[in-house]
Ligand binder design. Structure first.
Ligand SMILES: *Cc1c(COP(=O)(O)O)cnc(C)c1O
Length: 396
């Protein structure tokens, strides 16, 4: 009998490792899972309410309604803003496809705007142009522009002052996509408190992660959060009586138990991510590989550490040979993906978005990486021939 060789040697550093995150706090996580199992209560209830209260307190002066996953969180947040079929919702093309599928599932019309080339987040000027275009265009005659969904991509805040000001001036609600930004802030104010309402995901690789699916909606308006709470459970306000039409999208009790353990460690883990980012920054300072830009006032929580080079595919292959896993978030802008190409509205050319997709590469940055591993990754990037100045194919 032949055994398949193991797919990874012990030297391999994966790009992400939910397993390492589990092992790091195994005893506490298992105790929480057991406590939830033995409670005998398996849908919503105490465990979920306690997590919602703890998470809301962590974010700030908000209420919270947990749901089944991050995509549902965005959808229900939009519905709580009265977004319905045919309404226009502005967002970016450089994001997880989930941002757009949430809009799509309502039957609303996503309009994709370009990103800022430095921060990879929504460009407020591109948003202003898009809002004006939708107003003018006969294609959108009769459609109501309802909301904007800025994404705090990679853990870096979008330009919220400008976006919120512009959106509110134009009569639009702001739904923050905070799926990659738990604990991040801008000008000392937590992400998730800038817009009218905000959505988080607890997908296993996120900064705050479940051992499965999970999500939450937070916001300052208790009435909107109550609507989410009704929608997530068949539209019930009272048991068995649907006041509105709803769904089934509930945070699992076992996941809530795990999330309570991990929420208490979120700040320490984000601090570790920031320390790793700083080591990468120092190691790459004199190379031709571009480091992430941090805009003024941004407390970056480094969901991803994304470097940029015209030789991206080459760097990726080089790191593979050095046993360093990398990923591209994301390789294809949404407006160019088979499901959406030619059938989704884009405002202008999205040139920054398309260029970014060709040049970006996410290095490993989870908190369980050891200093030795971080050193090895940084050294491997430095050793790539394209890292020497001037870069292979670099801009003049
Ligand atoms: C992960 C993610 C989502 C979706 O979350 P799920 O829990 O997988 O549904 C939405 N938006 C962004 C930016 C994400 O990274």
């Amino acid at each position: 009998m032949s055994k398949r060789p193991p797919s990874t040697s012990h030297d391999d550093i994966p790009q992400a490792s939910p397993k390492a995150a589990y092992l790091a706090h195994k005893t506490e996580i298992e105790a929480a899972l057991l406590r939830a199992a033995e409670s005998g209560w398996y849908i919503l209830g105490r465990e979920v309410e306690d997590f919602e209260r703890e998470f809301a307190r962590y974010i700030g002066d908000v209420s919270a309604a947990s749901v089944g996953n991050g995509t549902d969180a965005i959808e229900l947040a939009l519905r709580a803003c009265d977004v319905s079929r045919g309404d226009v919702v502005f967002t970016v093309s450089h994001t997880a496809v989930a941002t757009v599928s949430a809009i799509d599932r309502i039957g609303a019309v996503p309009v994709l705007v370009d990103t800022d080339p430095a921060t990879f987040t929504m460009d407020p000027e591109a948003l202003a142009v898009a809002i004006a275009e939708v107003k003018r265009s006969p294609e959108f005659a009769g459609a109501r522009a309802k909301a904007v969904v800025p994404v705090h991509l990679y853990g870096h805040a979008a330009a919220m002052s400008e976006i919120v000001e512009l959106a509110h001036r134009s009569g639009l609600r702001v739904v923050e996509d905070c799926a990659q930004a738990h604990g991040g802030s801008l000008d000392g104010r937590r992400l998730g408190t800038w817009g009218d309402i905000a959505a988080f995901s607890f997908y296993p690789t996120k900064n705050l992660a479940a051992l499965g699916d999970g999500g939450i909606v937070v916001g300052p308006d208790e009435k909107m959060i109550r609507r989410v709470r009704a929608m997530r459970q068949y539209g019930w306000e009272d048991r068995y009586i649907s006041a509105t039409r709803g769904f089934n999208s509930r945070l699992d009790v076992l996941q809530a138990a795990v999330l309570r353990v991990r929420l208490a460690k979120l700040d320490a883990e984000n601090a570790r991510r920031r320390a790793i980012a700083q080591r990468y920054d120092e190691a790459l300072a004199d190379t031709a590989v571009q480091r992430p830009v941090v805009a003024a006032g941004v407390h970056h929580v480094y969901h991803q550490y994304v470097v940029r080079t015209a030789g991206r595919d080459e760097l990726k292959r080089h790191l593979e040979r050095e046993h360093v896993g990398t990923a591209v978030h994301y390789p294809e802008p949404i407006h160019l993906q088979p499901a959406y190409r030619g059938s989704i509205a884009v405002a202008g050319q999205l040139a920054n978005t398309e260029r970014a997709a060709r040049e970006i590469l996410s290095l490993p940055i989870y908190p369980q990486l050891t200093d030795e591993q971080v050193g090895r990754i940084a050294a491997a990037v430095r050793a790539w021939k394209g890292a020497r100045r001037p870069a292979v194919g670099a801009r003049a």
